[in-house]
Design a protein around this ligand. Structure first.
Ligand code: NAD
Length: 241
């Protein structure tokens, strides 16, 4: 059983932690995600209405993620070091669909909004690792159905993954840290309140205040690639949280 006195930490990450690796965040200043309205590419309705557009959007995101220039940055690497060297549990809950935490080496990692390098079949529900483009005439390698394989992404209106595990970790953490997330997207934006009500200290790391900034105990302002390694160093030097 997890114990509160163990010094457990939950870290929620958002698009901002990967911005320093060259991946565009969710809402640009124009309110669009890589030139598209969210309703057109990130809902089940959009996929039903125009599967070619949605597959193409995620194909482009996947191709970009696999470019050699896209690598974990100092923030991802510092969080992997923290997991290796911390006395309690470190749980990373990421809203990101990239694999930069995985590549940095974090093991106790929850991809609550799915993963770009995964697809699944709507018919037989088999998941496949995927590094290639997927088209509307793609044939499921398991059930042989055509056009049923979709990105393994939790779209707006769908239930995020592993919520029971996330709330369990939030209930037993002593420190909750949110890095590079705007606080627009629920349920993730509500995690700080849940952790705080259960007695955790709460810290936000961002280049600007998020929508839920007032709920946090502490704010650290700056780019993730600079502030996170410094914060992790402090935690490992003075581990009494
Ligand atoms: P968001 O785009 O709404 O917010 C990004 C946040 O990061 C903002 O608060 C911004 O101030 C902050 N930020 C930007 N650059 C930063 C930096 N260098 N250092 C620290 N903070 C920085 O992103 P969100 O809150 O994660 O939105 C959620 C949705 O976006 C998720 O559902 C996710 O699936 C999707 N998304 C994921 C990726 C990815 O996988 N890398 C990229 C874009 C969108």
């Amino acid at each position: 059983m997890t114990r509160k006195s163990a010094g457990n930490i939950v870290i929620l990450t958002g698009a901002g932690i990967s911005a320093d690796s060259g991946i565009q965040t969710f809402r640009g200043s124009d309110g669009l995600w890589c030139g598209h309205r969210v309703e057109d590419v990130a809902t089940p309705e959009a996929f039903r209405a125009n599967p070619a557009l949605v597959q193409d959007f995620y194909n482009r995101r996947r191709r970009q993620l696999l470019e050699p220039s896209i690598q974990p940055n100092a923030a991802h690497i510092a969080l992997a070091e923290l997991e290796k060297n911390w006395r309690g549990d470190i749980t990373i809950v990421t809203q990101n669909i990239d694999d930069l935490h995985d590549r940095a080496g974090n093991k106790n990692l929850i991809h609550m909004h799915g993963e770009l390098l995964s697809v699944f079949c709507n018919k037989c529900e088999t998941r496949f690792h995927c590094r290639e483009d997927v088209t509307t005439d793609h044939v499921c390698a398991n059930c042989q159905e055509t056009g049923t394989v979709r990105p393994d992404i939790v779209w707006f209106g769908e239930m995020p993954y592993r919520m029971d595990e996330i709330y369990e970790a939030l209930s037993y953490c002593d420190l909750f840290i949110a890095i590079g997330t705007s606080g627009h997207v629920y349920p993730a934006a509500g995690f700080v309140a849940h952790a705080g009500l259960n007695g955790a200290k709460t810290v936000e790391i961002n280049i600007e205040e998020s929508q839920v900034a007032s709920v946090f105990d502490e704010h650290i302002s700056g780019r993730a690639a600079e502030t996170v390694p410094e914060y992790v160093k402090q935690l490992l030097t003075y581990p009494d949280i």
